[in-house]
Design a protein around this ligand. Structure first.
Ligand code: THU
Length: 130
């Protein structure tokens, strides 16, 4: 199993804890940082704007454990069926910007069902202050 495959498996497993009673769209994410794996799922709220994505929950778990550099990330939108538009598999713009805070442009982003791309492919010319 490759590193990407292992991270994708962790992302799919994380999606099972998704709290998504409004969208019924479960997402899981897994981040490798400091040799460890941190996972997260999307957590929705009745006040919809308070919802947080799986990727940010996984990244923030890594940061909360003291890791400011993420080495790889994987995400799995497990409810996007075979007919779903390709875009429904992809990380949202806010999560791309949060990835850029804790990784360089070469960050490998593994997307279940869509392969592995770099952060620079997803967010070219990312806004950075550091
Ligand atoms: N969602 C994620 O968890 N990650 C993304 O990158 C895109 C969207 C979640 C948020 C919401 O709970 C559901 O998917 C539908 O938008």
């Amino acid at each position: 199993m490759t590193d990407a495959d292992a991270l994708l498996a962790a992302a799919r497993a994380a999606a099972t804890a998704s709290y998504s009673p409004y969208s019924h769209f479960r997402v899981g994410a897994a981040v490798r940082a400091g040799g460890r794996v941190f996972s997260g799922c999307n957590v929705e709220n009745a006040s919809y704007g308070l919802t947080i994505c799986a990727e940010r929950n996984a990244i923030f778990a890594a940061v909360a454990a003291g890791h400011h550099r993420i080495e790889a990330i994987a995400l799995a939108c497990v409810d996007a069926g075979p007919e779903a538009p390709a875009g429904s598999l992809m990380p949202c713009g806010a999560c791309r910007q949060v990835m850029a805070e804790f990784a360089g442009p070469d960050l490998p982003v593994s997307i279940d069902g869509a392969g592995t791309v770099s952060l620079d492919d997803l967010l070219p010319n990312a806004f950075r202050l550091t």
